[in-house]
Design a protein around this ligand. Structure first.
Ligand SMILES: [Zn+2]
Length: 212
């Protein structure tokens, strides 16, 4: 992957930013460590290092790719996104899942990983908001965005209901095939009928002179 850079150093304003790569190692349980190469830039004059805006998408993509090595375990980003979705602080999330106060800070930065049972509990709460609410109530934690997320859920249900009312998407495939078949049939059937009538009239006309 190329690392195109033509940026001047914003720090010393003399040098230019040269591409460098930084290795980051993540060590979820059950792996020897997953090494991700991240793009960055270093000033050739003052040595200042930074990640340029143009490098961020590629870095995100590379970090997301490590998911394939994680098995059951969650990426720090996934835990972060889940917590933020409900407006929970790291401390509140730690308490909700019965962990020490700095647990979520460590999980999100992957300084440590939740044990297997906690990982399973977090994953279950991701899938089932009602479970998250139950855990929160039990531990006296308020979920700031609970109502907002419930409203999202109701909206999603209404959208899926409205979609299912549309006949074309709601009809089972065999029914659609049957209706298409009938449509094809009624065309030829009608013209066959019409030509029959025509034929009958023609027969009568033919017969009529013959009868005279
Ligand atoms: Zn510089």
């Amino acid at each position: 992957m190329t690392n195109p850079i033509a940026a001047a150093c914003r720090s010393c304003r003399k040098g230019s930013m040269q591409p460098i790569e930084r290795m980051q190692t993540y060590a979820p349980p059950g792996t020897d460590g997953v090494v991700i190469t991240q793009l960055a830039a270093r000033c050739d004059q003052c040595g200042k290092e930074t990640v340029l805006p143009s490098q961020m998408d590629e870095n995100l993509r590379r970090r997301a790719a490590r998911k394939a090595h994680y098995g059951l375990y969650l990426l720090g980003e996934e835990i972060f996104a889940f917590r933020r979705k409900y407006g929970l602080t790291q401390q509140a999330a730690s308490r909700l899942f019965g962990k020490g106060i700095i647990a979520f800070s460590r999980y999100e930065s992957e300084k440590s990983y939740p044990d297997e049972s906690t990982t399973k509990l977090i994953r279950a709460a991701m899938r089932h908001p009602a479970l998250l609410k139950e855990l929160a109530d039990e531990s006296g934690v308020e979920i700031p965005l609970w109502e907002a997320r419930c409203a999202d859920e109701r909206e999603r249900e209404q959208v899926s209901l409205a979609t299912s009312r549309r006949p074309k998407t709601s009809l089972p495939r065999p029914t659609v095939q049957f209706l298409e078949l009938m449509e094809q049939r009624t065309g030829p059937l009608r013209s066959a009928k019409a030509s029959n009538i025509g034929a009958t009239k023609a027969n009568r006309r033919q017969k009529a002179p013959a009868a005279r």
